[in-house]
Write a protein that binds this ligand. Structure first.
Ligand SMILES: *[C@@H]1O[C@H](CO)[C@@H](O)[C@H](O)[C@H]1NC(C)=O
Ligand SMILES: *[C@@H]1O[C@H](CO)[C@@H](O)[C@H](O)[C@H]1NC(C)=O
Ligand SMILES: *[C@@H]1O[C@H](CO)[C@@H](O)[C@H](O)[C@H]1NC(C)=O
Ligand SMILES: *[C@@H]1O[C@H](CO)[C@@H](O)[C@H](O)[C@H]1NC(C)=O
Length: 423
């Protein structure tokens, strides 16, 4: 009988592992509350839902449909995304904790701070325990008022996610008046050239594939642009030997239809179809995540996402460290030869006419902004946000990969079996 005990233990561990691998889903949490349907819909449109789901310790301050309509009626999606990201606190606050803030006031980091677009203290929120049990929320920027207050608790999954309703949006200075991106902000070649991806940009233009990219801009586009160093890598085969059709397929392989910012790539478990995909999975990409780092895998090589060149719903452009070599064109042999047969199926016609939403001059705003000050604001009290805690939380949020889980289970079983034999 006693030999069964370790087995029970094993089954118990299995159960625990299965449960802990499951993350929260903000869309599902809010779907039970019709009064937050607008907020929920905007979280999905802006893909902030994926960003929220990819983090382990988080508080989402939600607005009801009335408060949302005042916001959405007057502002473009880019502004709404910033306002909503200021309502996502990178810490866990349940109603009890709100009323136990040390010294009655604190500044807390938000998702807006992680965008790199928040000047000064604008990415932080001031939470203050006011008299009479009221809790006020405001921008941490100097001179801001506490213009929003805690309304009620919506849902808590202790220490993972807390959802609280507040009365009104938290408005950081300038957040509402930021101009919406104009067509010239989406001049792909100009953006790529500025970001050190000149080789890639010129290949897109000479092959005509730039037109395919441009035709996707309105519906949503995610670009993985290898930087100039990537093309000089010894592992990159001689691309001048590729047929035109293969070159087209290779360049189409570096973009996917739809808007997939980093948070989305972090939560994506399925293969990502690219513009070269033909449904047979031959030109798909897969991703892995470690902390805040996302790596793309082609089946031949892998590439880290090095930098976000542009993230403006529904377009995101990433710089990547390596040329992505699709399996369908490059074998695993050390001297890969281009596929001999002309690619027919996998390379859709590159000559799709662009709807040309692109204007003449690249805007100066298109340049990557300087890195934001990541330091705790000067005025921050001792319990202010601590970046090491945040990055730890991010690391903890990494999914246990199937192979890792499998090896862990093998170790546990081995231990259990040896225990059984010992006794
Ligand atoms: C919180 O998340 C962690 C890691 O994903 C998990 O182990 C834990 O079970 C979760 N807590 C609850 C109450 O769901
Ligand atoms: C989250 O929940 C929504 C609605 O229930 C569902 O459509 C979506 O696929 C879920 N997302 C994940 C990552 O499981
Ligand atoms: C939060 O705002 C209130 C009111 O403006 C202010 O008195 C308080 O010092 C601020 N808290 C912090 C931590 O800066
Ligand atoms: C985009 O920018 C490039 C400069 O990199 C310029 O040559 C091109 O004309 C611009 N395209 C449009 C449509 O403005």
């Amino acid at each position: 009988m006693s030999a069964l005990r370790p087995l029970h233990l094993l089954l118990f561990s299995l159960g625990v592992l299965a449960i802990s691998a499951k993350a929260h889903n903000i869309t599902e949490i809010l779907s039970g509350f019709p009064q937050y349907s607008s907020f929920n819909s905007y979280l999905s449109q802006t893909k902030l839902d994926d960003e929220i789901n990819s983090r382990q310790t988080i508080t989402c301050l939600v607005l009801d449909n009335g408060a949302m309509s005042a916001l959405t009626a007057k502002h473009p999606l880019s502004v709404i995304k910033n306002v909503l990201s200021l309502l996502v606190l990178l810490d866990y606050y349940d109603p009890a904790k709100l009323h136990q803030i040390s010294k009655g006031t604190t500044l807390t980091t938000t998702l807006y701070q992680t965008t790199g677009h928040a000047p000064g203290n604008n990415g932080f929120v001031n939470i203050t325990d006011l008299q009479g049990g009221k809790v006020g929320f405001g921008s941490a920027a100097p001179g801001s008022k506490l213009e929003s207050s805690y309304a009620k608790s919506v849902k808590q999954i202790p220490y993972n996610i807390s959802v609280l309703q507040i009365s009104a949006p938290i408005i950081a200075p300038g957040i509402l008046t930021a101009p919406a991106p104009s067509a010239s902000d989406f001049n792909i070649t100009a953006l790529l050239e500025k970001a050190g991806c000149k080789t890639f940009a010129s290949l897109l233009v000479t092959s005509g594939v730039i037109k395919t990219y441009e035709s996707e801009l309105e519906k949503g586009l995610t670009v993985f642009a290898p930087n100039d160093e990537a093309f000089k890598d010894d592992d990159v085969p001689d691309l001048s030997k590729l047929t035109n059709a293969d070159m087209v397929a290779l360049l189409q392989y570096h973009a996917s239809a739809g808007y997939s910012p980093k948070g989305t790539l972090k939560t994506t478990k399925d293969p990502i179809p690219t513009l070269a995909s033909n449904g047979a999975g031959k030109f798909d990409l897969t991703t892995t995540t470690a902390g805040d780092e996302v790596t793309l895998h082609t089946g031949v090589d892998s590439s880290r996402i090095a930098e976000t060149i542009l993230d403006s719903t529904p377009v995101v452009i990433f710089a990547v460290d390596s040329v992505l070599l699709p399996k369908a064109l490059f074998s695993k042999s050390p001297s890969p030869a281009p596929a001999p047969e002309p690619v027919t199926g996998p390379s859709p016609s590159p000559a799709t006419p662009a709807p040309a939403p692109v204007a003449e001059a690249p805007s100066p705003r298109a340049a990557s902004p300087p890195a934001p000050p990541m330091d705790t604001p000067e005025a921050a009290p001792a319990d202010a946000p601590d970046s090491s805690a945040n990055s730890k939380a991010e690391n903890d949020a990494v999914h246990v990969s199937a192979p890792a889980l499998f090896s862990l289970l093998m170790i546990i079983s081995a231990t259990v079996i040896s225990t059984v034999f010992l006794f």
